[in-house]
Ligand binder design. Structure first.
Ligand code: DMJ
Length: 641
């Protein structure tokens, strides 16, 4: 039977008998048509690569480059990044790129570059336990768990000479036997995290504990600045991990060289993690190498302040000094939690170097903010550094707002309560926040909502959970008409944040949780269900324990330790989770540097005696790096001018 349809039939007949389809049975003309179709299709696909921004150059080796890079990029071209990395893609913009190009294209391009660089570097990584001449500064990873020093009182002694004198922290062991055992466990966790970083990712920013290699994506772009070393150093020191500290210190002394780097870096992240970490080590040890390295990094950030208003840009190129903001931030605005989280480090740097430039920069930011009109007394997340006007009126105690408020209170504490302007700004800001952003759910859970043009979004970030500890600190350091309210809110917020952990299958909390009629303190969107080893909830347990002495905070911290061990610990370190509500959650394969800087440090201090990094002498920067309090702490080490 022949076809009567309107489409042509390709069935062939020989003597009225249908001939089965086979390549051999094509006529020459048909073969030619088929060949032409495939050839054209292949040409178009292949040619498309030359329109990718990476390959638009006229250089003669672009074909080779393209082949090489596709080969190296491998599966990440096909597998989408985890949600938190996808969110950070815009941060990967580079200054020399044409900003008119679609940011997604640039993001992909940067991921490709990061992957290529990472794989190139991985070639020099040796097998575990072996040393190669190319990584002379790489220490051997150790398997055994070190002993905790036994002395009963925490004493930090100023070392007479630097080189062989690490560390000098004698301990802070609690009298309580259970607390001591728990603290030993946390120290063992730090060893596990650190040793695996040493073994598999030494010199890289972070560790991929499952793939057992370095991780350089995310906020550091392609910059191999060893974020885990800079972030982890003071934790090693405080935990009395002497050999590890010494080896990490030597890496900083011998290998850290920003002059050889060309990348765009985040001013905020570089400050809180790198400058903050190094300053903390300088204060703890007196080793001027740390101070000088901190200053070198801060100097690289200074060009970002060259804006019409002096409000710094978010990104600065380490080589050219060119700076810019993220395109997604309300028409190129600077972000409150970023430009507002420089004060502690920059003020301290001026005092220990005798150079006023750093303090002047952050004082200027303070004055500028003081002079602005605040809608309802609230600080929006965005400020345009060109016009000096607020961007979109979004307010948050979580992402984009959080640590600005933290640094107001802590600048006052750092100054030994002399910087009254900072305390006043903190109290004023908190008054407005408590009035407009604080809500209580039908079942009685208190939380900070976000505001979008006066409309509350009933969602709280994990990041916002630091606010319990912050308000308690505000309450305990000054008796005023706000202090009782601060403490009441601090307790309730910390309770809510604990609930966000307790209501998950893993007993770890999601990235953000909501309050709706159907659910309270639970994430609703899939993109909010991940946990990336963040510290904020544990940070509040630590502050609340020290400031109230209620045993439940230590117990909640111990719950978190057990959950971390059960779900996040893998043979190669610690990993984040993609869904805290799953009984068998997928792992994100990233050991974040702040896990060592903050999460483990706060847990360790939670189970220590209060004399170890006492609140009377130290104030923690937003990355958990303790900085000394001026005038009372001999470790302040102010320069004599
Ligand atoms: C840390 O880098 C700092 O605490 C920062 O202020 C925001 N949160 C991350 C870790 O969650």
């Amino acid at each position: 039977m022949t076809s009567t349809g309107i489409l042509p039939t390709y069935q062939r007949f020989i003597n009225g008998v249908p001939v089965p389809f086979s390549r051999r049975s094509f006529r020459a003309r048909e073969k030619y048509v088929i060949f032409s179709v495939f050839a054209t299709f292949g040409l178009v696909c292949f040619g498309t690569f030359f329109f990718l921004p990476e390959f638009r150059s006229n250089s003669s080796d672009s074909v080779y480059k393209m082949y090489d890079q596709i080969k190296r990029a491998g599966p990440e071209l096909l597998i989408p990044p985890p949600p938190h990395l996808a969110d950070e893609a815009p941060r990967l913009l580079r200054h020399e790129d044409d900003v008119r190009v679609d940011p997604h294209v640039i993001g992909d391009r940067e991921k490709l570059r990061a992957k290529v660089d990472e794989d190139r570097e991985l070639k020099v990584l040796e097998r575990p336990g072996l040393r190669s001449s190319s990584t002379a500064a790489r220490p051997e990873a150790k398997e055994e768990v070190g002993d905790v020093p036994q002395e009963a009182q925490a004493v930090v002694t100023v070392p007479p000479a630097m080189s062989d004198w690490y560390p000098v922290v004698n301990n802070g062991e609690d009298r309580d036997v259970e607390a001591r055992e728990r603290r030993n466990k946390v120290k063992e966790m730090m060893k596990h995290a650190w040793d695996n970083y040493v073994r598999y990712a030494w010199g890289k920013n972070e560790l991929k504990p499952i793939s057992k290699r370095g991780h350089s994506a995310s906020i550091f772009g392609t910059l191999p600045i060893a974020a885990t070393i800079l972030d982890g150093l003071d934790t090693l020191y405080i935990m009395g991990m002497k050999d590890e500290f010494k080896q990490a210190r030597d890496w900083v002394a011998n290998e850290l060289d920003l002059n050889s780097m060309t990348a765009d870096v985040s001013v905020f992240e570089s400050n809180i993690r790198f400058v903050g970490g190094l300053l903390s080590c300088f204060a703890l040890t007196g080793d001027v190498m740390f101070r000088d390295k901190a200053q070198q990094i801060a100097d690289k950030l200074l060009p970002a302040f060259q804006t019409q208003t002096g409000i710094p840009h978010a990104l600065v190129n380490l080589k050219t000094g060119a700076s810019k903001n993220f395109g997604w931030a309300s028409g190129g605005s600077s972000i409150l939690s970023e430009f507002g989280t420089l004060h502690l480090e920059f003020a301290y740097l001026s005092d220990i170097t005798g150079q006023p430039i750093y303090r002047n920069k952050v004082d200027h930011i303070r004055q500028f903010l003081q002079s602005l009109e605040k809608p309802n007394g609230l600080y929006p997340n965005y400020l345009n550094p060109k016009t000096g006007k607020w961007g979109q009126h979004h307010m948050s105690m979580g992402a984009l707002g959080d640590s600005f408020f933290e640094y107001l209170l802590k600048a006052w504490l750092q100054s030994n309560k002399e910087d009254n302007e900072a305390r006043q700004m903190f109290d004023d800001a908190m008054q407005a926040v408590l009035q407009h952003m604080l809500f209580t759910s039908p079942s009685g859970l208190m939380y900070f909502a976000e505001l979008k043009f006066d409309r509350p979004e009933h969602k709280m970030d994990h990041l916002g959970c630091f606010s319990g500890g912050l308000l308690a600190l505000g309450a305990k350091t000054l008796k005023n008409d706000m202090s009782n309210r601060y403490m009441e809110v601090a307790k309730k917020i910390t309770h809510t944040c604990h609930e966000s952990y307790d209501r998950s299958n893993t007993k770890l909390g999601p990235e953000a949780f909501r309050f709706t009629e159907g659910a309270e303190a639970r994430a609703l969107k899939n993109s909010e269900k991940y946990y990336i080893l963040r510290p904020e909830v544990i940070e509040s347990y630590f502050y609340m324990w020290r400031l109230t002495k209620d045993q439940k905070y230590r117990d909640w911290g111990w719950e978190a330790v057990q959950a971390l061990e059960k779900y996040c610990r893998v043979p190669g370190g610690y990993t984040g989770l993609k869904n805290v509500y799953s009984d068998d959650p997928q792992k994100d394969d990233v050991q974040q540097s702040f896990f060592l800087a903050e999460t483990l440090k706060y847990l360790y201090l939670l189970f220590s005696d209060d004399s170890l990094i006492s609140f009377d002498n130290w104030v923690f920067n937003t990355e958990g790096h303790p900085l000394p309090i001026k005038g009372v702490n001999p470790f302040y080490r102010e320069a004599s001018v």
